[in-house]
Design a binder for this molecule. Structure first.
Ligand code: WT7
Length: 643
């Protein structure tokens, strides 16, 4: 594969950027020519942000898996598409060539069909990080079923809510998953999620951990049994066929938290998402054929969708997939993997870097990291200390570091330097990619035109126009999509992030400006955590805010009014954590729970989170204006009890 649209110099970047803004139709039309289409599009772009209506490559027909698999078979059939490293360092590597991947995807696509899955049906995938997860995702795409991958850290209740919202009739799961020293009983969690569910018709179960599982007759089937049926019973020309999809047919739904209590199903469509993940993969990481790309995210998050599966595979790349975690069996795990597979590109999260930084240089001793050429980060703002540690100790000051800012809703990277091509600036995401038009606005939606006292433009980050990877809707509720992203400011997509811009036009993302937390790069809505805490029998009311956490970026601080006896505080706290774990999942457990007698509220009953946030952050001085509070005395009581 060659990438004629790969930007090779700063001048080329500037030129591409200018063209993408002046004539997006021509710019993206030219790039789309480099993909495989059953039929070319009628119109490159049609949009308005009021409805919103966004269509890329309308009238075009394609299947994304023909772009990720079939088109590579002539040249890359025996090249590794996926290299899989087990959680267990002793277990054998699995190398899945493009030919093998194509075959397995076609086979599993037929398994899905045999089990009644049709184009447009929603298939929930709840699996660990094994190649079969990639097969399942791509098999859905192959037959036009809409995949909805749920991260293994979500609880039965969260799964039930998502199944319900997506009206999913099919589930693909495993008996269990290995993660570090733990075995997670995935099938058993699914069984709990399905209590009372009358919609799900079929659960396909892959064996990974050999954990005993209950298999319900008529509903649950084994992956292995279903796979053996396929090759025998079907003519090859039948079971290899990909469904012809419209450019704007949905490809997948991925649930993500917002400022309300209920996660939203972000919908991405086939053609735009394909072009965007491919274009950003090739340009941000400056991928060269033959390189090994290691994205450490889980496929349960958008980073895994875009930069383990669709971006790399559509580019004919080799994507390394790791089942485990960075600190097990020891903190040298990533470095062992880099050495073992001669990894060229490493893409990870600031929280992982900070956590590994905490182990010092010992885990790096004797590890050969000389294969590394590009380093990347994603998920949250990276502090300068972590940036420099990554650059010096991992990249040996020889690898460009790309700080990639984007969101589940954006499909792929929007603001980032291009490795070695455009300049880096520690803790700055820097410049927008071609097609991305950021603007900073004030509370009223006016563009910020004055610098602050530090010489930066500072405001809420919005985008003026659509790029091919932008979300199209939120599943089953288009109005929710409009109010969430397109209604805060007229004719703008609002990201929910605050940002600074410097003289050169570089952007620095400062974090969320809404009630959304970013804990270890995972998005968690404060309202969602509050709802979960409030489910606990002894809880009267609660308020959740974020506070700076050395490793996680943000920690979760919960203020709770509790009706139980004060001498059982410690147990009550544990009960509350268990409740949150059960309702959302262990990832949403508060780091701190402070019991309080009241919460600071305005006369109209609104909780003053600003004050609670300041207390959680350890503010010892003024908390701002508290005169509008119903009971100002409660504030000092809360501050005195701070944990
Ligand atoms: C939020 C999106 C995009 C994949 C992983 C997270 C924050 C993401 C950066 C970055 C500063 C970042 C933002 C954004 N974020 N990347 N490089 N610098 N902040 O996806 O769960 O949709 O979260 O993560 O706050 O809005 P997500």
């Amino acid at each position: 594969m060659s990438y004629p649209y790969q930007i090779k110099s700063f001048e080329q970047y500037q030129e591409a950027y200018k063209q993408s803004v002046n004539d997006p139709g021509k710019f993206w039309g030219d790039i789309a020519e480099h993909f495989t289409w059953r039929k070319k599009w009628d119109k490159v772009l049609d949009w308005n942000f009021t409805q919103p209506k966004i269509e890329w490559f309308a009238g075009g027909k394609l299947n994304i898996t023909e772009n990720c698999l079939d088109r590579h078979l002539a040249t890359l059939s025996d090249k590794p598409a996926i290299i899989w490293e087990s959680n267990n360092p002793e277990e054998k590597t699995r190398i899945v060539t493009y030919e093998r991947l194509h075959k397995r995807v076609c086979q599993f696509a037929q398994v899905l069909k045999n089990n009644g899955v049709k184009k447009g049906d929603r298939v929930c995938i709840y699996m660990g990080m094994i190649p079969e997860l990639a097969y399942a995702v791509l098999a859905c795409a192959r037959i036009g079923a809409i995949h909805s991958v749920i991260f293994g850290g979500f609880s039965a209740q969260s799964i039930a809510d998502r199944l319900d919202d997506a009206k999913a009739e099919f589930i693909v799961t495993c008996d269990g998953a290995y993660r570090g020293g733990k075995d997670i009983p995935l099938k058993s969690v699914i069984d709990d999620a399905l209590i009372g569910n009358k919609v799900v018709k079929r659960v396909i179960v892959y064996t990974r951990t050999r954990t005993p599982v209950s298999m319900l007759k008529g509903r649950d089937v084994w992956w292995e049994d279903e796979m053996t049926k396929v090759t025998d019973t079907l003519p090859v020309e039948e079971f290899g066929k990909a469904e012809e999809m419209d450019a704007e047919d949905p490809l997948f739904v991925l649930y993500t938290s917002g400022s309300t209590g209920k996660p939203k199903g972000v919908v991405h469509t086939c053609a735009g998402y394909m072009v965007w993940t491919n274009y950003t993969f090739v340009n941000v990481f400056q991928y060269q054929p033959g390189q090994v790309h290691f994205c450490t995210a889980d496929i349960g998050w958008i980073t895994g969708h875009s930069y383990i599966i669709y971006g790399p595979l559509s580019a004919g790349a080799t994507s390394l997939m790791f089942e485990g975690i960075p600190t097990w069996p020891d903190a040298g795990r990533f470095w062992d993997i880099v050495q073992k597979y001669k990894v060229n590109i490493l893409y990870t999260a600031p929280t992982a870097i900070r956590s590994l930084m905490g182990f010092g240089e010992e885990p790096l001793q004797g590890k050969d990291l000389s294969s590394l050429q590009v380093l990347g980060t994603v998920g949250e703002p990276i502090n300068e200390e972590a940036w420099h540690w990554y650059d010096e100790h991992i990249g040996k000051k020889n690898c460009p570091v790309v700080d990639t800012w984007w969101q589940t809703e954006t499909g792929g990277v929007l603001i980032s330097n291009l490795a070695g091509v455009t300049p880096a600036k520690p803790s700055w995401a820097t410049l927008p990619l071609p097609g991305v038009q950021p603007v900073l606005v004030d509370e009223k939606g006016q563009e910020v035109t004055e610098k602050d006292e530090d010489g930066y433009y500072k405001g809420n980050l919005c985008l003026k126009a659509p790029w091919p990877g932008i979300l199209r809707t939120t599943y089953g509720d288009h109005e929710r999509c409009r109010t969430n992203y397109f209604a805060t400011y007229e004719n703008l997509y609002f990201t929910g992030d605050g940002a600074l811009r410097d003289e050169q036009g570089f952007y620095r993302i400062t974090g969320r400006v809404d009630d959304v937390l970013n804990v270890s790069g995972h998005r968690i809505g404060t309202a969602e955590v509050e709802n979960a805490i409030n489910m606990h029998a002894g809880v009267v009311e609660s308020a959740v805010v974020g506070y700076p956490h050395d490793i996680k970026g943000q920690g979760i601080y919960a203020y709770v009014i509790y009706s139980g006896k004060p001498d059982v505080d410690d147990l009550a706290k544990k009960d509350i954590l268990a409740t949150v774990s059960r309702i959302i999942g262990p990832i949403a457990k508060p780091d701190k729970v402070q019991f309080v007698s009241g919460l600071p509220k305005t006369r109209s009953g609104k909780i003053m989170r600003r004050i609670l946030r300041k207390i959680a952050e350890g503010e010892t001085g003024s908390l701002g204006d508290t005169s509008t509070l119903l009971d100002p005395a409660v504030v000092e009581e809360i501050r005195n009890g701070r944990l």
